[in-house]
Write a new protein. Structure first.
Lengths: 407, 274, 161
C-alpha cells in the first residue's frame, strides 16, 4: 500500500513536472499557426524522452553514476568540455526563460510588471535550493504543476470541432512554408527532449539513492508520468488550435497563451492556469539551476548534490548561486523571455545527440550495468532516435537562419 | 592473489572516472591522469592517481588547456606546483567509480569557496541528510610535490603517440594502454597495475568507446558496426614487442613487424575463450 | 621534476575550428533575426506591408477575443493582454513607419496601412483606459469595430503576399 502510494506520487510528480516554459511556448505557438498538424512531433518527442530517461534512470540505479559523469568518461576530456560548454550555455538560457516565465505568471496574476518580480523569483528559488530537501522540493512543485490539467478541461469545455482537429493532424495549413513547418517541428522536439531533463532525472536518482529496487518507481515515473505530461502538451496545442487558428491570430506572449483556458473555464480556470504555469516554471527554474551545478560538478568530479550539507559541496552551491544571478540578470535586460525560450529550444535540439549518445553507450556497458544492460528493443529504438537526433541537430541552426527563426 | 591477474584498459576503465571515498561515499575528484614509475625491467607501473587542473589541463590541450594550467599556477603558492596525488595503494576498488580509502586532501578551490562564499551564508550547515562522519572536515589541501625517488611520467601523454614497427613503417597511434595487476607490491598491500600492452589504431579515429571488448553484451548494431569499421585494422601490441622502454617523446618503436601483430579481434576472442 | 609538455593526441583542426565557430554563428543568427531591412522595390515594400497588416490583424483579433468574453476574465489579466497588444501594435507601426517607401504607389500603400494600424492602436489604448478606470463601457461596439479593422487589415494582407 505504501509502495503503491509512493509510485502514484512519483507518477503525479513526473506528470506535473513534465511541462515547462519550453513545452508551453512551443505548443501554443505551433497550435496557433499549424493546428494539430505537428502533434506527431510531440509523440515522437515523448517516446524519445521516455526511452532515454528510462536508460539514465537505470544507469543511476545500477551504478550510482549520473549522466554527465559518464559524458566525460565516454567522450574524453576534450569533447566532454565542448559538450559541457554547449549544455551549460543552453541550461543558462533555459533557466533565464523559466525565471521569466514564473515572473510573467505573477504579472498575469497581479498586473504588476514582470521585471519587478524577477529578483524575488530568483531569490526564493535560490532559498529553496539552499534549504529545502530534494524530495520535498520535487514533490511540491511537481504536484502544483498538475493545475495545468485545466488546459485539458478548458479544451473540453471550449467544445471544439473534434473532427476538424483530427483532420488537422494530417493536413498542415497551406499558407505556411515547408521550412517553417520543419523549424517548428524541431523546436517542439527540443521542448519535449530538453537535455536538462535527463541530467536532472539521473542526478535526482542519485540524490534519492536509487538502487535496483527503485527501478519500478523510476519506470512508472517515466512510462506513465511523461506520456501524461505529453498529453498535456497536446491539450495546450489543441486549445491554441481551437481559439487562435480560425482567426489567424499568432500568439507571442504568455498572457495570450492562457486566453483559451479563460474563455473555456472563466475566472477560476484563469486563476488555476496561472497558478499552474507559475508552479511549472518555478519548478523548472529549480531543475535547470541545479542541472547547471550538476553538469559542471560532474565533469570536474566535485562533490555535488543536495544530499550533503551546502558547506560540503561548496563549489556546487556556488555554481548554482552564480548561475541563478546571471540568468536573472539576463531577464532583467528586458529581453523577451518568450523569445529566449524559442532560441533555447532550437539550441537544445542542436545539442541533443551530445547528451543522448553517451547515455545509449553506457546503458550497453556491462561494467556499469551488470545484468541491467539494454535489451534489443531499447537498442533498436535508441539507434533510430540517434539517427533522428543527428539529423535534427544538423538541420536546426540552418533552418533557424533560413526561416529567420520561424517568421 | 587470484590465478589470473586483473587486466584493465587505462583509457576505458581508469581515466576520467569519478573517485569516491570508500568510507563515507564523499566524491573526491576525477582521475584526471595516472602517474607512472619505471619498474626494474623498465616496464612502467601506476603509482598514483593525479587530479586537479594541473593534470586535466595538459589532457585538454590547446589554448583552453594552457589557460587552465596557467591560471592554476598563478594561484598556487608552491614554486613548482604539481597535481594532487592519491597513491594507488589507497585504491580499494575500480568499478563504475574508483574507491579510495585513507584521507585524500581536499581541493584548494573547494576550501576557498567554502571559506569565502558558502560558509558565511546562514544555513550552510543544514539541509542535507545526516551523514556518518559528515561533521568532520576533510584534511586541508597540502602542497603536493612529486615524490623524490626516481622519474615519474604520466599516462595520458602515451595516448595518441605514433607507433612505428621494426621496419620503421607506421602502425598507427596509441588508443589505449593495457594494464595488468602483476607489478611490484605497493606498500605491501597490493600489486601495482603494470603496462602490459598497447592498443594501436590505424587512423585518428579517437577512442574505442569500449567496443573493442567485442561481442560481450548487446550493443546497438548500428553504433557497433560504425565503430568497428572505423577501427578495423586496430592492433594489439604486447609489451615484449616494444623495441625499447617507452620513450618520453617521439614515436614508439616496435621490435615486431606489422604483420606479426595480432588484431584486436583475436585479443577479445582469446579473452572470452580463456 | 616536471614532465615535459605532453604532446597529446594530434588535434583535428577542422572539427575544432567548427566547434569554435558554432557559437559565433549562433550569435550572428540571433542578431540577424532582430533587424529591419530596407525595401528594395515596390514588390518588396508590398510584402513588408502585408506582413505588417498580418501582425496587426493578429493583435486585433486577440484583443477582440478577450473583449468579447471580458466578463469571464479577471481585470489584471485583461489589463496585461491589452497592454501587450497595444505595445505590439505600437512597435509594428514604428517598424513599418521606418521603412522608406520606394515610389508614389508605395506612398499610398504606406498611408493606407499606417492609417489602419494607428486606428487599431488608438482603439486598443482606449479600451485599456476603460479597463483601468471601471471596466469596458461598450464591449459589443468594441467587438464590432475591432472586427471591421481586422477585416480591412486582412484584405491588405491578402493583396500583398
Amino acid at each position: 500500500m505504501k509502495k503503491l502510494f509512493a509510485v502514484t506520487l512519483g507518477i503525479l510528480t513526473a506528470f506535473g513536472g513534465f511541462v515547462d516554459i519550453g513545452d508551453l511556448v512551443a505548443n501554443a505557438l505551433v497550435g496557433a499557426r499549424f493546428g494539430m498538424s505537428l502533434a506527431w512531433v510531440v509523440i515522437v518527442g515523448v517516446i524519445g524522452i521516455c526511452l532515454f530517461a528510462e536508460m539514465s534512470g537505470r544507469i543511476a540505479a545500477a551504478s550510482q553514476r549520473p549522466v554527465f559523469d559518464l559524458v566525460r568518461e565516454r567522450l574524453g576530456p576534450r569533447a566532454g568540455l565542448v559538450n559541457l560548454g554547449a549544455s551549460f550555455f543552453i541550461n543558462v538560457l533555459t533557466l533565464a526563460a523559466e525565471i521569466g516565465g514564473a515572473s510573467l505568471a505573477l504579472e498575469l496574476a497581479t498586473g504588476v510588471n514582470y521585471l519587478l518580480w524577477v529578483p524575488g523569483v530568483a531569490l526564493v528559488a535560490w532559498l529553496v535550493m539552499w534549504r529545502v530537501k530534494f524530495e520535498t522540493m520535487e514533490r511540491i512543485f511537481g504536484l502544483a504543476g498538475l493545475a495545468l490539467v485545466v488546459f485539458a478541461v478548458g479544451l473540453w469545455l471550449l467544445g471544439p470541432d473534434w473532427g476538424r482537429l483530427a483532420h488537422q493532424v494530417t493536413h498542415p495549413p497551406s499558407d505556411e512554408g515547408v521550412p517553417t513547418y520543419w523549424y517548428y517541428a524541431i523546436a517542439l522536439l527540443g521542448g519535449a527532449m530538453t537535455p536538462y531533463e535527463v541530467f536532472f532525472f539521473s542526478s535526482g536518482g542519485v540524490e534519492e539513492r536509487w538502487t535496483r529496487k527503485d527501478l519500478v518507481t523510476s519506470r512508472a515515473n517515466v512510462f506513465v508520468g511523461f506520456p501524461l505530461g505529453g498529453f498535456l502538451s497536446l491539450a495546450i496545442a489543441g486549445c491554441a488550435a481551437t481559439v487562435f487558428l480560425p482567426v489567424h491570430a499568432q500568439v507571442d506572449t504568455l498572457g495570450q497563451m492562457v486566453l483559451p483556458v479563460g474563455l473555456g473555464l472563466g475566472q477560476v480556470g484563469l486563476a488555476l492556469v496561472i497558478f499552474g504555469i507559475f508552479a511549472a516554471t518555478f519548478g523548472a527554474t529549480l531543475e535547470t539551476a541545479l542541472s547547471s551545478g550538476y553538469t559542471l560538478s560532474q565533469y570536474f568530479g566535485w562533490q555535488w548534490g543536495k544530499y550533503v550539507r551546502p558547506r560540503q559541496a561548496s563549489r556546487f552551491h556556488a555554481v548554482v548561486l552564480v548561475v541563478t544571478i546571471v540568468a536573472a540578470a539576463l531577464v532583467l535586460t528586458t529581453v523577451d523571455p518568450i523569445k529566449v525560450t524559442e532560441y533555447s529550444l532550437v539550441f537544445s535540439a542542436a545539442a541533443l545527440p551530445l547528451t543522448y549518445l553517451p547515455v545509449l553507450m553506457i546503458s550497453n556497458d556491462p561494467d556499469y550495468m551488470g545484468d541491467q544492460v539494454n535489451g534489443r528493443f531499447s537498442n533498436a529504438l535508441g539507434t533510430v532516435y540517434m539517427v533522428l537526433l543527428v539529423v535534427v541537430a544538423v538541420a536546426a541552426i540552418p533552418l533557424m537562419l533560413a526561416t529567420k527563426a520561424g517568421q | 592473489m587470484s590465478q589470473k591477474a586483473r587486466t584493465l584498459h587505462a583509457q576505458l576503465h581508469l581515466l576520467d572516472r569519478q573517485v569516491v571515498h570508500a568510507g563515507d561515499g564523499r566524491l573526491v575528484c576525477k582521475v584526471d591522469d595516472v602517474e607512472l614509475a619505471a619498474g626494474e625491467d623498465g616496464r612502467p607501473y601506476a603509482t598514483a592517481i593525479l587530479s586537479g587542473p594541473l593534470a586535466l589541463g595538459p589532457r585538454i590541450g590547446g589554448v583552453a588547456g594552457r589557460l587552465i594550467v596557467a591560471t592554476t599556477e598563478l594561484f598556487r603558492p608552491e614554486e613548482r606546483p604539481a597535481p594532487q596525488r592519491i597513491p594507488m595503494a589507497l585504491v580499494s576498488e575500480i568499478g563504475s567509480a574508483v574507491q579510495v580509502s585513507g584521507d585524500p586532501p581536499e581541493a584548494a578551490l573547494e576550501r576557498w569557496v567554502r571559506e569565502h562564499l558558502i560558509a558565511p551564508i546562514p544555513g550552510s550547515d543544514g539541509g542535507g541528510e545526516a551523514q556518518d562522519g559528515g561533521d568532520e572536515e576533510p584534511p586541508a589541501p597540502r602542497p603536493s610535490a612529486e615524490p623524490e625517488d626516481g622519474n615519474r611520467t604520466r599516462l595520458a601523454p602515451l595516448l595518441g603517440r605514433r607507433v612505428l614497427d621494426a621496419d620503421g613503417a607506421p602502425v598507427g597511434q596509441v588508443a589505449d594502454v593495457q594494464l595488468t595487476q602483476d607489478g611490484p607490491l605497493l606498500e605491501g598491500v597490493q600489486n601495482a597495475f603494470q603496462v602490459s600492452g598497447l592498443i594501436v589504431v590505424p587512423r585518428h579515429t579517437g577512442q574505442l568507446f569500449g567496443y573493442e571488448r567485442g561481442p560481450g553484451g548487446q550493443a546497438p548494431a548500428l553504433v557497433k558496426t560504425i565503430i568497428r569499421r572505423l577501427h578495423r585494422g586496430s592492433r594489439y601490441v604486447a609489451w615484449p614487442q616494444l623495441a625499447s622502454p617507452l620513450p618520453d617523446t617521439g614515436p614508439i618503436r616496435l621490435s615486431a613487424r606489422l604483420a606479426e601483430l595480432s588484431s584486436l579481434a583475436e585479443l577479445y576472442e582469446r579473452d572470452t575463450a580463456g | 621534476m616536471r614532465p615535459p609538455a605532453p604532446p597529446g593526441p594530434v588535434p583535428r583542426p577542422g572539427r575544432r575550428r567548427l566547434a569554435r565557430a558554432l557559437p559565433q554563428a549562433a550569435l550572428l543568427a540571433v542578431l540577424a533575426t532582430g533587424c529591419v531591412s530596407p525595401a528594395w522595390d515596390d514588390h518588396d515594400y508590398g510584402l513588408k506591408a502585408g506582413a505588417t497588416a498580418q501582425a496587426a490583424a493578429s493583435s486585433v483579433e486577440l484583443v477582440r477575443l478577450a473583449v468579447r468574453d471580458h466578463d469571464r476574465l479577471t481585470t489584471p489579466y485583461l489589463k496585461t493582454v491589452l497592454t501587450e497588444a497595444s505595445g505590439d501594435l505600437g512597435s509594428v507601426n514604428d517598424q513599418f513607419g521606418g521603412v522608406q517607401p520606394p515610389s508614389d504607389a508605395a506612398d499610398r500603400l504606406r498611408t493606407q496601412v499606417t492609417d489602419l494600424t494607428s486606428q487599431a492602436e488608438e482603439e486598443v489604448q482606449g479600451l485599456l483606459i476603460e479597463v483601468r478606470r471601471d471596466g469596458l463601457r461598450d464591449p459589443r461596439g468594441a467587438d464590432r469595430r475591432l472586427g471591421e479593422l481586422a477585416g480591412r487589415l486582412r484584405e491588405i494582407e491578402e493583396a500583398h503576399r
